[in-house]
Design a protein around this ligand. Structure first.
Ligand SMILES: [Fe+2]
Length: 348
């Protein structure tokens, strides 16, 4: 078995491959590391055949949906997963054939209703059901401390004590543990009485993960994150450096339209001299009146350089072939000490 562990902050992903057939499964991939997983699989001579989420993640962005579209392979989750893009749903006791490897699913609800562990040879991928020195929290949507008690004490901890534990999260860089180690030392597992365990889990009083709403929205629906939308837009347009725009304005580039896509009050408080105002929210409605010539060079501009990238991408889709986004925004423009004009827009 080929085994690779990829750590992204506290998120742990695993690439498991069959040496004989080169088939592989990727477990709990994280959205920002897609290029890394693909290059790692290529380096190991592996072809990813399955993308597995051990559960619906609430604290980070899963890469399974984006990778599935790219690789045309199924997303595997538990039968209870709410994600509409989970093509292959495993019930308790079912297994996945990855070349000659067998990945056995155990339904282990508690952290979430759709949590599962996966066993392959001497390794157990525990998701957030069992962590090294911890257990998954039960206060997030579909969490249930009673169910976690059963999943741990009546399922996972009854497996072979020699099994290696590979959790979906580990924040302190620990990589080696076994079921036996966890039974002996994990502080959350010392409370073996059901009521006491449930009271302990209910009393943890943890803060909510950052981005929980966005993570649940995208992980449950297959929709895109804001970062993905910005990255896609940025990959579809060229950019112009602030100093280049300044130089062109100094040279009197009369044909270049600087299009400020912020709201009117921000524009009036300070804009690039000569810039026109067309707020992003009105772009589609007013574009034909404001920009009748689709061949004119246009550079879009906003406060931080993000909304202007989205606006440039939209304009390109509408046929404006010479749209460029400013690499940076008015905040950086002011910071650079470049000239700023104030007051109403031309034509007002
Ligand atoms: Fe989780």
């Amino acid at each position: 078995m080929i085994f690779e562990h990829i750590s992204t902050g506290g998120c742990q992903s695993y690439l498991v491959g069959c040496e004989a057939t080169s088939a592989a499964a990727l477990i709990d991939p994280e959205l920002s590391r897609i290029d890394h997983y693909l290059s790692l699989a290529a380096r190991e001579g592996l072809r990813i055949r399955f993308l597995i989420d051990t559960h619906t993640h609430a604290d980070h962005f899963s890469a399974t949906h984006a990778l599935a579209q790219r690789l045309e392979v199924p997303v595997v989750m538990n039968t209870l997963s709410p994600a509409p893009f989970a093509d292959l749903r495993l019930a308790d006791g079912e297994l996945l054939r990855v070349g000659e490897l067998r990945l056995q699913a155990l339904h282990t609800p508690g952290h979430t209703a759709d949590s599962m562990c996966l066993q392959v040879e001497d390794r157990l991928f525990t998701g957030d059901t069992l962590l090294i020195g911890g257990a998954g929290r039960t206060d997030l949507p579909s969490g249930d401390p009673e169910a976690l008690y059963d999943s741990l004490f009546n399922r996972v901890l009854k497996l072979d004590p020699a099994l290696n534990v590979h959790p979906a999260h580990e924040y302190r860089g620990r990589v080696a543990s076994t079921i036996g180690d966890e039974i002996a030392t994990n502080p959350r597992l010392q409370q073996r009485d059901r009521a006491a365990f449930v009271a302990m889990m209910n009393g943890l009083n943890l803060s909510m993960p950052t981005h929980i709403t966005e993570a649940l929205r995208t992980n449950m629906s297959g929709g895109r994150t804001v970062a993905q939308m910005l990255a896609d837009a940025a990959a579809s347009v060229p950019f112009m450096a602030l100093a280049e725009l300044k130089a062109r304005l100094d040279a009197g580039a009369a044909n270049l339209i600087v299009l400020d896509v912020r709201e009117r009050d921000a524009y009036e408080a300070g804009h690039v001299p000569g810039a026109r105002l067309l707020p992003r929210g009105q772009l589609e409605l007013r574009v034909d009146r404001e920009l009748p010539d689709p061949t004119r060079p246009i550079v879009t501009c906003c406060e931080l350089g993000l909304v202007s990238t989205l606006a440039a991408s939209t304009l390109r889709e509408m046929g404006f072939r010479h749209v460029i986004a400013l690499d940076g925004g008015m905040a950086a423009w002011r910071e650079a000490g470049f000239p700023v004009a104030r007051g109403t827009a031309p034509g007002d």
